[in-house]
Ligand binder design. Sequence first.
Ligand code: SF4
Length: 170
Amino acid sequence: MAMLEKACQKAFGKALWVYHANTGACNGCDIEVINVLTPYYDAERFGIKLVGSPRHADVLLVCGPVTRQVAPALQRLYDATPNPKLVFAIGSCATGGGCWFDTYSTLGGADKVIPVDFYVPGCPPRPEAILYGVAVSLGLAPKTVGAELLRQESVEELARGESIVGEVRP
Ligand code: SF4
C-alpha cells in the first residue's frame, strides 16, 4: 500500500483527471460524484477535474454494479485509459455488488471485470467520503481503518449454523 501511495504521489502529484462511469448504478452515487465537483465541495481546487474521454483520464470512477450488458464496455473503457491509471469503486454496488449481489443480471462489483485500486463504500457514499478516499490514495490523509476480508457462507455452512469468517488485515 505504501508503495502504491508513493507511486500515486509521483505519477499524480499535480492534478487528477477523472472519467466517471456508470456501470448500472441507480444514479445515487453519480449524484454524489457530481456533487464533489460542484462549487460547494470544489474538488477542482485539488486539481481533480472531470474529463469527457477515458483517453484523457488518470482515474476511473466506477459507480454501480457491473451489469452483464455493460461489462464488455467497462473492459474497453479500462483498456482505453492510458497507464499509469487508478480505478476507484464508488459506492457499495461498485465495491461488491451491493443490493444486487449475486443477481442474475449483474456480475457484482467492478473488480469482477477490471482491477480496482481503491474502494469507497456507502449507499451512496457522502461527498466527503469520496474526497477522503482520493486524499488517502494520494497519501494526503492517513488511513484510519484496516481492511477486513469477509466471505459468504456456503449453503452447507449455513445449515450447520456457522457464521461468517472474517480476517482483519493491518
Ligand atoms: S451504492 Fe446505493 S446509491 Fe450507489 S448505485 Fe448502489 S444502490 Fe445506488
